[in-house]
Design a protein around this ligand. Structure first.
Ligand SMILES: Nc1nc2c(ncn2[C@@H]2O[C@H](COP(=O)(O)OP(=O)(O)O)[C@@H](O)[C@H]2O)c(=O)[nH]1
Ligand SMILES: [Mg+2]
Ligand SMILES: [Zn+2]
Length: 291
């Protein structure tokens, strides 16, 4: 039986891409009994019944599984941000980064709307996140700047774009994937408010890779995040792991904390550490209400 990749999910109908052709497939009835659901991004075995149609017989084990949007086997998140229209919002950028890290995704940042920013502002943002261990691709969808660089970053991988509404995710994707024809701007916001489109996910093909046409992590609360895991989602903290006086140090009020010493010495950015503390407080609060 042929194998393929689910590139789109509708209510109970899936598009499976295999060797350049697309098959419209329904899942086997027993999936429902077993509580299994086919997701966009799944690698599946299917049986062709009619020309271009078939049944999904088996789902391969998933490497990763995102809830919002529901996509399997995502390799990376590209977190898109800007500094104007909408204004700089690093607390939110860091939240997207933590969500992506907690899902085990590789992360690249994309600083869009560079046409609205000075060279110094772009350099500062690249340096800020570079110090935290992230690559930052400066783009302007409006001026078609560095679209090829972004396209290269997506090649051969399954990617979701994440980021605040209005930063230009759909506009960027329209440039990266010619013919994508995603709705952008005010109109897209109206459509989003009106209907729930999250169950309909489509992966767009680009350079042997796939990119989700719905934004990742639309739900940005850190509800279920265990306190102790949070520091692990800040890559620049990693090299201080195990160097604090107390085992299990949360890098908050504890004395002789290697992370806080690194902040004081200028090796870790204080704003990033502050956002870590903010998220920690939020996770503490959520933990209280869990029992
Ligand atoms: N100046 C400028 N505007 C942009 C750029 N990219 C997108 N926009 C505009 O920003 C608005 C929001 O874009 P959209 O792609 O819908 O953002 P999304 O919510 O992240 O998908 C639209 O009016 C776009 O035309 C850019 O690089 N420069
Ligand atoms: Mg959009
Ligand atoms: Zn510590």
């Amino acid at each position: 039986m042929p194998t393929g990749r689910v590139i789109a999910s509708h209510s109970n109908l899936y598009e499976v891409q295999a060797e350049g052709a697309v098959y419209r497939c329904r899942p086997r009835g027993r999936f429902k009994l077993e509580g299994a659901r086919v997701l966009a991004g799944d690698l599946v075995t299917f049986r062709e019944t009619d020309a271009g149609e078939g049944y999904i017989e088996a789902i391969e084990p998933r490497r990763t599984e995102l809830k919002r949007p529901p996509v399997a086997n995502v390799d990376q998140a590209v977190v898109v941000f800007t500094l104007r229209q909408p204004a700089r919002n690093y607390p939110l950028v860091d939240r997207f980064l933590v969500l992506a890290e907690s899902q085990g995704l590789a992360v690249t940042l994309c600083l869009n709307k560079c046409d609205l920013l000075s060279e110094e502002e772009v350099a500062e943002a690249v340096r800020h996140y570079g110090r935290a261990g992230y690559a930052v691709i400066p783009t302007s969808a409006k001026r078609s700047m560095n679209i090829d660089v972004l396209r290269q970053a997506l090649a051969g991988k399954v990617t979701v774009l994440a980021g605040q509404s209005g930063v230009g995710k759909s506009t960027l994707l329209n440039q990266v994937v010619p013919g994508a024809e995603l709705v952008t701007g005010e109109l897209s916001r109206k459509v989003q408010r009106g209907i729930h489109t999250t169950r309909h996910v489509r992966l767009l093909a680009t350079g042997g890779g796939l990119v989700a046409d719905t934004p990742g992590f639309t739900h940005v609360e850190l509800d279920d995040m265990p306190l102790r895991d949070l520091a692990g989602y800040f890559p620049e903290f990693h090299k201080y792991e195990g160097k604090c006086r107390f085992a299990g140090c949360l890098h908050d009020q504890e004395p002789d904390c290697a992370v806080k010493e690194a902040v004081a010495a200028g090796a870790i950015d204080p704003e990033r550490h502050q956002h870590y503390l903010d998220f920690l407080a939020e996770a503490r609060e959520a933990e209280k209400h869990r029992f």
